[in-house]
Design a protein around this ligand. Sequence first.
Ligand SMILES: [Zn+2]
Length: 128
Amino acid sequence: MSRPLAPELFASLDPLSLAGSRCPACATVQFPPAPQCAHCAADGPAPIALPTSGRIWTWTVQRFAPKAPYVSPASGFVPYPVGYVDLGEVLVETLLQVGDRSPAIGDEVHLRRAPVGTGEHFTYAFGA
Ligand SMILES: [Zn+2]
């Protein structure tokens, strides 16, 4: 059974949802959740589950291997698309899994699990 690499990023594993926080003073939503609002510095943002679908806000291609715990495949590092997905109240930086085609700004994408390394752990991604 695969486990989340960073459990604090998830509000729920089944169904899968990301954990965010909403400021009690200004309603700013943050991902990942934080104990203090990044907009107005108020303490005590409340935990929320973020929407599981959104639209690609922008994207690029990761052309070098990230630092550990990323593990390159035995066959060598393969560049992959990353970007920001607009979930309505917050932008989430993410892997993009759209198959053989290029991502497109504005495309609708959905939250999914992304295996890490040998598959013992997973992280999140958004895909078509
Ligand atoms: Zn605030």
